[in-house]
Every structure is written in C-alpha cells, then in structure tokens.
Ligand binder design. Structure first.
Ligand code: 2IT
Length: 449
C-alpha cells in the first residue's frame, strides 16, 4: 500500500486502539484511496488524511433526568462535529445503551463521506447518548430529550449543526428536542433539526426516505445487470423505520422482503412482508416498545428463529439493515455458499472489514456500500433544510422525485469514480472515492486547519 496511506492508518490504529469501530471505518474508507493518493501528491503535501481523521470538534455533556418514580439518572450526551467543509454539520442522534465515543466517531466519519456523496451542502456529524429508550414512558423520554437539548442547544443551529434521528430517535424524540430548542432560543428556527413532524416543518417522505432510497439504489444496481426488481426476494434485518421503508417500496415494485430481525432472533415469511397490513404492523411493533420481532411471527403464523440472524436464507438480495457489524465472516461465507448475487448494505457499517472484502472477491457477486445505499435519508434531510429556509413545503411527489434523482446520481458518481481511478465496476471503492474527493477539494481550498 501507498506509504503515506499506511502511515496514516498506523497512526489512527496507535492513537485510537480503544476505539475499534472508528479504526475499522477509517481502514475501510482509506483502503479505497490508494490510486487517488498516488495521482494527487498535493494531498500528502497538505497532510490531508491526518487532518481528515481528526474531528473538527467533539464533546460530551451531562444529561440528568428524572424517571416517573422521582429517581434521578445521569447519562452521557455526545456530539461529534466531524467535518464542516461542505456545509453545516449534519447527522443523526443515536440513543442506545451501547453508545460510546468509538461508535459516535465511526458514525461521524462515515457521515462525512455519505453527506458528501449526496452532492448537497452538508458537512458530517453524529451524536447521541447511552440512554436506553427501551421500556421508558413517554414522559421519561420527554424529560430526557429536554435535558439533552438544554445541554446541546448553544452548539447547534440551522447554519451551524443540524441533528436528526438515528436508532432510538424518531419523530417523537425530534418533536421534544425541537420544542425545547424553540423554548430556550425564543425563536422558531426549525431548520435546526430534521425529521420533524409535518405541521412544524418536517418534509414529506423523510420517514420513508432511507428505505425508499435504498430500494431505488438497488434498482440501479439491478439495471446494470439487466435485471428487474419485480419478483426478487430480499432478506432484510431489523424492523424499524428503515426496514419498514424497504418493505413498503419493495412491495410497491413487486418484490418481497422475506426476513426481519430483532434482538430476539429473526422471522422468515416466504410470502413476504408484502401486504399493507403486514407493513403497517411493523409500525405497531415499534410503537409497542417491546422490541421483539417474534410478535410478527405470532401475528402472521410464520417461522421464528430465536437468537439467530437471517443471513442463511437463500434469497436474491441481502440487505443488512439493522446495525453495525451484523455480518461477520461466518455469515459472509454462508451468503456466498447460497449463491446470493446482490449484497446491498443498508445500516451504517453492517459488515466487518474482512467479511466485506471476502464478499467483494466473490465472482459474480455485486456489493453495494451503505454510505451510498442509505444516503437517501440524509439527502431528504437536506431537502427539509431547504424547505425550512424557504418557508414552504414540497409535495410528496416532488420530494420523492428528487430522492429518486439523487439516488441515481449517487450511483452514477460512484461508478464513474471507480472507473476513473482504474478500479472497474466497484461500487464500494467508487463511493469512498467520490465522497472523499468532494471533501478533499473543499478542505484544500479553505486553507490549512
Ligand atoms: O445515518 C444517517 O444518515 C442518519 N441517521 C440520518 C442523518 C440525517 O441527518 O438525516
């Protein structure tokens, strides 16, 4: 490998040995950049890569809240404003018990390249808390969100940093966070958060955007192979917002999602999550707060596999849409042995680096990376910011048409970037390179810091 690239990776490994997810994502992204660094000696001269792996700013804050029994709890809040070269920092908030600096940083780094890839004016950020929303009452969630925003509001704003949802943060949480921001600022700056309710500036199609965008991206991948989505079977994971959007759009286009997963195991529905009743039931499952995918099996009388992952099922398309590092080498081997042709990542970094490399080396397998596939979510967030600053709203059809176009552009830019740097048809490297180049250009132009 190029000496400069390997020295940066070694540096990151040494400095961040206690942050495995962050090291993993840096290695994954930078392993695509060899031909770029060789062709652009100016990047090494400006030590661009060592600057890029250091967040512009990252902070933690104390979040104290009272539960319904009057007991106090203290959580850690995080915001990592990773790279602002392309626009206001933009990225979600994750509320999950396992949130730590490594996870926030890996997500912020990924977000920087993903946001770049959308072609829209947004920088990269991520944040969240180790707050566990499971089993919390509505009032407890509200008090937590209010306390979280009291600590964060000085450091965000429509032109500064615009958080959104991620795991554990949906429309309800964004509503409470926005209410508290408005109260503290004494101003209606609704461009400060995205994923809002429609009545106070949310964008139509934002709840669907990540899942719909993923399926639009898949359509581009299939078209390249001369295939159509109609009749395809898809293995997905999770049953939250993103997977719901995938099921809905796949159903509309004549494909079917046959697996879902949760912390308790996975379900296999050979007929597919492909009726409106079934798709709508995912919303009920999520709203119940039970966090059990077995509920689906009980309701519709399909197989439930306790404690297992769905990656052993023979399908046309695998879409890991639940969480990071969900697919390890063992599952990757099973996927290859099953002769699956399309491996389309959806969750942020759902594949370990060795498993991803293995899958990309399988002859005939097409691998698509999450930072491109799931970028429709943040892209529509950027469209929400545009609508807020213009004080108007676009129809669902208008937003959907823009999302469709953006996903096509992301796909095309990725294909072209890989080709330009001599890597052939490589969607993973292409997304990394295209995302990198836009950030690199902006950083080079803005001087050394
Ligand atoms: O991972 C992601 O892109 C998100 N959680 C959405 C970020 C956003 O600002 O809409």
């Amino acid at each position: 490998m190029n000496a400069y690239l390997s020295s940066v990776i070694e540096n990151v490994k040494k400095k961040h040995s206690d942050e495995p997810e962050f090291v993993q994502t840096v290695e994954e992204v930078f392993s695509s950049l060899e031909p770029v660094i060789e062709r652009h000696p100016e990047y090494e001269k400006a030590d661009l890569l060592n600057r890029m792996v250091e967040p512009e700013r990252m902070f933690t804050f104390r979040v104290v809240w009272m539960d319904d029994a009057g007991k106090y709890h203290t959580n850690i809040g995080y915001r990592c404003q990773f790279n602002g070269a392309l626009g206001p920092y933009k990225g979600g908030l994750r509320f999950q018990a396992n949130v730590n600096p490594s996870i926030i940083k890996f997500l912020g780094f990924e977000q920087t390249f993903k946001d770049s890839l959308t072609g829209l004016p947004i920088g990269g950020a991520k944040g969240g808390s180790d707050f566990d929303p499971a089993g919390k009452s509505d009032a407890e969630v509200m008090r937590f969100c209010q306390s979280f925003m009291q600590a964060l509001y000085r450091y965000i704003g429509p032109d500064v940093d615009v958080p959104a949802g991620d795991m554990g943060v949906g429309g309800r949480e964004i509503g409470y966070l926005f209410g508290e921001y408005r109260r503290l600022k004494g101003a209606f700056e609704n461009g400060v958060l995205t994923g809002k309710g429609f009545s106070f500036g949310g964008s139509l199609i934002r709840p669907e955007a990540t899942g719909y965008g993923a399926v639009y991206y898949l359509q581009n991948v299939l078209a390249h192979e001369g295939e159509d989505i109609k009749g395809k079977t898809i293995a997905a994971a999770g049953f939250g917002n993103v997977t719901w959007g995938i099921c809905q759009k796949a159903m509309q286009l004549g494909a079917k999602v046959v697996t879902l997963s949760g912390p308790d195991g996975y379900i296999y529905d050979p007929d597919g999550v492909a009726t409106q009743e079934k798709v709508d039931y995912l919303l009920e499952m999520r709203a119940s707060g039970r966090n059990k995918v077995k509920d689906y099996a009980d309701k519709f009388g399909v197989e439930f596999h306790a404690g297992e992952k769905p990656w052993g099922i023979k399908v046309d398309v695998i879409m890991p849409s639940a969480m990071q590092n969900d697919v390890h080498m063992e599952q990757a081997k099973q996927i290859a042995a099953n002769g699956v042709k399309y491996y389309v990542e959806v969750a942020n970094m759902p594949t370990t680096n060795d498993a991803l490399k293995f899958l990309m080396e399988q002859p005939g397998m097409v691998v698509a990376p999450s930072k491109a596939v799931n970028a429709g979510g943040v892209a529509v967030s950027a469209l929400e910011m545009s609508q807020n600053s213009e004080r108007l709203f676009w129809t669902a059809e208008e937003v959907d048409a823009k999302l469709h176009g953006i996903m096509k552009t992301i796909y095309t830019m990725s294909v072209e970037a890989a080709e330009k740097y001599g890597l052939g048809y490589n969607l993973v490297a292409g997304a990394n390179i295209a995302g990198f180049l836009r950030v690199a250009d902006a950083m080079m132009a803005q001087g050394i810091f």
